[in-house]
Design a binder for this molecule. Structure first.
Ligand code: 4NP
Length: 155
């Protein structure tokens, strides 16, 4: 089983969006049985809450309205599993995990998998809106991530 854990700050905007998009791509590729996909926040600010209305709307518009989610905070056990692909939305997510739990051998930014030098982090739509633009970035990152994992895991 290939574990993929998407991480953002609150686990209500970006990482649930990435989870929904990646799950759909994996499903479309007929690879659902190979993957365990989830998302978490570095903070515990929104534990138990649904994903943000902006994320709900953009997922609905793109045919993922059935996605179900409750926000969680990353646990020590999740982070320290060396076999998990930890996929963060921005550098502050990575910093916070490092400070709490130490180094991880398999932490990446989602946009490491999107070949565009102008942007390396997924901006936080909680403060600025712009859920549609974030969705496009998340889609690009997830497509590249799936391609990279397929090559690495030979599936
Ligand atoms: P997310 O966005 O990390 O993409 O889920 C945020 C959600 C909540 C807050 C900040 C960012 N907040 O300050 O509560």
């Amino acid at each position: 089983m290939i574990n993929v854990l998407f991480v953002c700050l609150g686990n209500i905007c970006r990482s649930p969006m990435a989870q929904a998009v990646f799950e759909r791509m994996v499903d479309d590729a007929d690879l659902t049985d190979h993957f365990q996909i989830d998302s978490v926040g570095t903070s515990g600010w929104h534990i138990g809450e649904l994903h943000h209305y902006g994320t709900q709307q953009v997922l609905y518009k793109n045919g993922m309205g059935t996605f179900r989610h409750r926000a969680r905070q990353i646990t020590h056990d999740e982070y320290t599993n060396p076999d998990t692909y930890i996929i963060a939305m921005d550098n502050s997510n990575i910093e916070q995990m490092r400070e709490r739990f130490g180094e991880h051998p398999n932490v990446h930014l989602l946009l490491d998998y999107f070949d565009d030098d102008r942007i390396s982090e997924v901006p936080d739509p909680y403060y600025t809106g712009g859920f549609n633009g974030v969705f496009e970035l998340v889609k690009q990152g997830c497509a590249g991530l799936l391609e990279a994992i397929r090559a690495e895991q030979k599936i």
